[in-house]
Design a protein around this ligand. Structure first.
Ligand SMILES: NC(=O)c1ccc[n+]([C@@H]2O[C@H](COP(=O)([O-])OP(=O)(O)OC[C@H]3O[C@@H](n4cnc5c(N)ncnc54)[C@H](OP(=O)(O)O)[C@@H]3O)[C@@H](O)[C@H]2O)c1
Length: 161
């Protein structure tokens, strides 16, 4: 059984990744889909199960360290191993740094907690289990992380590889 944990598996790229993996690997695949919306997770899980994949949905917020650690615990409890961790959960943001007021700067921190710290906490919790399975970590970055973009200072910083 190939166990793949996808953060941000409820929508967008993460959900499409889950559907394509399920379509390709079917009953050989166990997916752990994480995101805040239980409803969206359930909808993606139903699509993946039609291909024979097993799916565990975990409603959680990657901006909370304890919830990242709990995600990994739940994946292990359900499937006994983790082969791949896909750190995909992320949010976008656009603003010129000089135009952000001091009272609004807190969203830079919020963005960091989701795009950077969410990946750090999930990776730290999963690392011993990924080493045990000789598994892999997938980081979903962005061109904006490779090349700084003036209107995307916060996002570029959170996506820098
Ligand atoms: N779309 C692009 O053009 C593009 C380009 C380069 C890189 N990326 C990167 O690709 C990744 C996915 O982007 P996307 O375009 O697919 O975005 P999206 O459609 O908005 O999906 C984002 C996913 O992340 C989840 N998410 C957001 N905040 C979360 C949180 N605090 N805790 C847990 N899950 C959270 C969302 O689920 P819930 O809402 O259910 O929590 C959703 O499943 C991101 O890391 C993004 O930076 C996207």
């Amino acid at each position: 059984m190939n166990v793949v944990v996808i953060t941000g598996g409820s929508d967008g790229i993460g959900a499409e990744m889950a559907r394509q993996l399920a379509g390709r690997h079917g009953a050989q695949l166990a997916l752990v889909l994480a995101g805040r919306s239980q409803q969206k997770l359930d909808a993606v899980a139903a699509q993946c199960r039609t291909h024979g994949a097993q799916v565990l949905c975990v409603a959680m917020d990657v901006a909370q360290e304890a919830q990242c650690r709990s995600l990994v615990d739940q994946a292990l409890q359900q499937f006994g191993r983790i082969d791949t961790l896909v750190n995909n959960a992320g949010i976008s943001a656009q603003a010129l740094f000089e135009e952000v007021g001091a009272d609004d700067l807190h969203w830079y921190e919020d963005l960091m907690r989701v795009n950077l710290w969410g990946a750090v906490w999930c990776t730290h919790a999963a690392l011993p289990h990924l080493k045990a399975s000789r598994g892999r970590i997938v980081a979903v970055s962005s061109l904006a992380g490779l090349v700084g973009v003036p209107g995307r200072t916060a996002y570029s910083a959170t996506k820098s590889p």
